[in-house]
Design a protein around this ligand. Structure first.
Ligand code: KIV
Length: 271
């Protein structure tokens, strides 16, 4: 008799059932095998291979330089580590806007070459043709509205979005469009909490917030921010669960001292 216990994988259907019963959804980013393994083992429901890899892994100022090949590299590394969580990979800037055929091609490459469960795209009405086309191939799509980092050059700042009625109304219309098209969930980034709650109540699909208040169906954070690895980024919505930057620097400084003082390696640490 096998004692191996099957892990119940998180699917898009599991997420909608969670919304229905009022269970909040946890989501974090990961970009590599080792971190994704820990995040999955700790019970996070969704792992996003975000194009925020551009900032935290590659040191770019924006997410725009990220390429499809780089997202595939990160996505396939994460996929190999994950047994339970739903794995979502971002389509990077320039691989889906304005050309639905190219969008489908990009999404298919992500699915084939990473074995991810779904893709995420930023935008509403402007990219709905791309969303529709990707969905026709049976690829689950997560939307992303509010602050859309790939559009930073249009807005010029990373400040709170949709504070004015006109932008809030457009966001609501876009969220409805994404749901009608068949997206399984939508991320809302950096918008007033009241608007986040309104959209979550209006939609039947899960709404995951990052800086969108606690009235939404789940939360997402960038793993490097919540672990305190990044130090220069401190928006109000960020809760730091560790100060890993200090821990890592302390450990590295200790190692350097031990090497210089010839304390490392000691007799038990050599052959
Ligand atoms: O790329 C990313 O990490 C994201 C999250 C901030 C939602 O899109």
């Amino acid at each position: 008799m096998s004692v191996h216990k099957e892990v119940k994988r998180v699917t898009t259907h599991v997420l909608s059932a969670m919304k229905l019963r009022g269970e909040k959804i946890s989501m974090l980013t990961s970009y590599d095998y080792s971190m994704a393994k820990l995040v999955d083992q700790a019970g996070c429901d969704v792992i996003l291979v975000g194009d925020s890899a551009s900032n935290v892994m590659a040191g770019n100022e924006t997410t725009l330089p990220m390429t499809l090949d780089q997202m595939i590299y990160h996505g396939s590394s994460v996929r190999k580590a994950v047994n339970r969580a739903l794995v979502v990979v971002d389509l990077p800037f320039g691989t889906y806007q304005g050309n639905s055929k190219e969008a489908l091609h990009s999404a298919i490459r992500i699915m084939k070459e990473t074995a991810a469960d779904a893709v995420k795209l930023e935008g509403g009405k402007e990219i709905i043709e791309s969303v529709d086309r990707i969905l026709t191939a049976g690829i689950p799509v997560m939307g992303h509205l509010g602050l859309m980092p790939q559009s930073i050059n249009r807005y010029g700042t990373y400040s709170v979005r949709a504070k004015e009625e006109e932008e809030a109304n457009k966001l609501i219309e876009d969220a409805k469009l994404l749901e009608e098209a068949g997206c399984f969930a939508v991320v809302l980034e950096k918008i007033p909490a009241e608007l986040g709650k309104k959209v979550a109540e209006m939609l039947t699909i899960p709404v995951i917030g990052i800086g969108a208040g606690n009235g939404v169906d789940g939360q997402v954070l960038v793993i490097h921010d919540m672990l305190g690895i990044t130090q220069e980024f401190s928006p109000r919505f960020l809760r730091r669960y560790l100060n890993l930057a200090e821990e890592i620097k302390g450990a590295v400084a200790q190692y350097v001292d031990d090497v210089k003082s010839k304390d490392f390696p000691n007799d038990r640490e050599q052959y």
